[in-house]
Design a protein around this ligand. Sequence first.
Ligand code: CA
Length: 235
Amino acid sequence: MNKEERANILLVEDEENLHETLKLNLEMEGYSVTSAFDGSAALKASQEEYFDLIIMDVMLPEMDGITVIENIRLDNNDVPVLILSAKNAGQDRVLGLKKGADDYLTKPFNLEELLLRVDKLIIKNKKISDKDFAFDTYIFDGNTVDFKAQQATLKNGSTVDLSKKETMLLKLLIENKNLVVTREKILQSVWGYKVYPNTRTIDNFILTFRKYFEEDSRNPKHFFSVRGVGYKYID
Ligand code: CA
């Protein structure tokens, strides 16, 4: 795994020794690790940063791990979650998986097994987000977008160069035309791993698209932001 593709993991574990051991081992595997020692810190981190995986202890001070996962899923965040639990009860496992965890390990666990599962969950998630785009060019309303060349020919005949991120966001929106693409999904697909632009950043991209492609940028017909949810392209 090269540095560029280095996966970002949120590690939520309140037992300090175990936390340090896990962090050290994950970092030795080449992962980037963000630490949280309680539920509310975990929730806050998940809202501010993109993660490829969350490793979540169940028994945490204040807010337990299952409640944290429930809250993360409420934000439309589909990050994979690996649960760690001291409990042997099958009940706990079923509950965790029902609430949206992707995998489960019971303490004490084998470190090798944890690393294998981490690797598997991250690869599975990447495969979904890296899936190939279905087309190279797209024509709408007199505009032609060439995704490979990262260029667009506008209806007035002028050509503009698109940045890589502009191209990716445009493609993502167009592929999901008439559907709202969540902010979470955009951050995951366009900004990728450990960068956290605020909503304003995506808004600025949308403003640029309107300037390029809309007849009247103040009265858009194609590029919309849906307050509190995400963004949408309409054909
Ligand atoms: Ca604990």
